[in-house]
Design a protein around this ligand. Sequence first.
Ligand SMILES: Cc1cc2nc3c(=O)[nH]c(=O)nc-3n(C[C@H](O)[C@H](O)[C@H](O)COP(=O)(O)OP(=O)(O)OC[C@H]3O[C@@H](n4cnc5c(N)ncnc54)[C@H](O)[C@@H]3O)c2cc1C
Length: 404
Amino acid sequence: MDVDVLIVGLGPAGATVLSKLSRIAGSEISILAIDHRIKPGFPVQCGEFMPSPKEMSTLMPNVPKTKDFFTFDKQFISTNTKTISFFTPEGRVIKTPFEGYTLHRGKWNAHLIEVGREYGTEVWTSACAVDMTNNKITVVREHGRSVQITPRVIVGADGVSSRIAKWTGLAEKRADKHFVIVKQHLMTDIENEFDSTDIQMFFGEKYAPGAYAWIIPKSGNSANVGAGVRLPMLKGKMNVSKALSNLINEHPIASQLLKGAQIDKTIAGVVPVGLPFQKTVNLNSQTLLVGDAACQIVSSVGGGIPPSMVAGSIAAKTIADFLHGTCSLAEYQTRWHKSMLKVLISAYKLRQFFDKISSGKDSRIQWYMNRLKSGDINKVVHCAIPRKVSLAYPFVRFLNWLVI
Ligand SMILES: Cc1cc2nc3c(=O)[nH]c(=O)nc-3n(C[C@H](O)[C@H](O)[C@H](O)COP(=O)(O)OP(=O)(O)OC[C@H]3O[C@@H](n4cnc5c(N)ncnc54)[C@H](O)[C@@H]3O)c2cc1C
């Protein structure tokens, strides 16, 4: 089967390419979009937090019409949030203003796919890309039916373990420290006093070795409650399930808040927290990588929705230009770099800073966090390194020796 564009994967990245490209191209360009899930976007493997358009215009000022671009229709917003609180291992709280919202991400994802369908794009669910030979992709559909697709352009939006990235030689081998293993419960019936406008992030070896744990409020006294761990930082019998259970049952503040709350759904996943891949375009096979498949993520917090939206949108425009003969596909990388590479690199540097100053030890995390104020945390959530941290950085080895 010949198509102009094959989109593999319909999470936020692929679904954005699908909706935008279908809108731009109409019936001029033939698009096939596939996902191996029965209902792409579900189950929702996400905390669903999204910074507000105002915050996004500070974080990604080079995205054209930033505020409009990141504005979600009300039907996709579960709750508006106003602040973020960081909890040190000993339970000290540092709160800072940061506007955002928790999405109904599955509903939004499904809407993007529906937009594509309305413009006549063919969407196959329960369809898995299993092989790529001579730029032809083999897709296995329901009941094991196998179809060979010959696309002019391939979009690899197939997430963190992207096969498209591997098949096209774009994947980069990464050490374990560049991945966070996460587990999350959707918890309901939270009856205790609950500030539903505050995102809570918890640090410490017991709750999130090498990463953080979170309570992200949703509407109706519910919240996404999760924990992340990085394998090299795990000691003894610690694992992500234990970290999450510790947060819910033993954290001095979180356990009080969540007492009596019910677990409605549980998901697990992997978040890439390295730098974006150096090459996100392969001109031999005319392939672009988008979203987690290219490690386009704000790695300090594991935020992948905004980069997926930006890269997906740029990929759609570039593919349309390419098929109209006005640019090379290589332009995709130049364009997304211009829009957001700077913030992704800053976030990565922050993550490295955190690793270095904490070395995974609570005593150090506590010592350094004790010196941070709301203004410093505000810088961190905007992917900037607080001045006092950069001043202390050259002395980190000495400070770490002092603070055992
Ligand atoms: C627990 C958790 C919490 C998170 N919280 C947040 C948050 O609060 N805010 C935020 O911004 N980000 C968050 N993230 C990160 C964010 O969810 C991801 O960065 C984002 O989903 C990336 O989108 P994507 O489309 O690139 O990949 P995915 O969402 O992973 O989508 C990839 C799609 O490809 C499909 N697929 C894979 N292989 C194939 C194949 N061979 N053939 C066909 N289809 C295939 C999959 O079924 C899937 O639908 C979180 C992640 C996790 C795991």
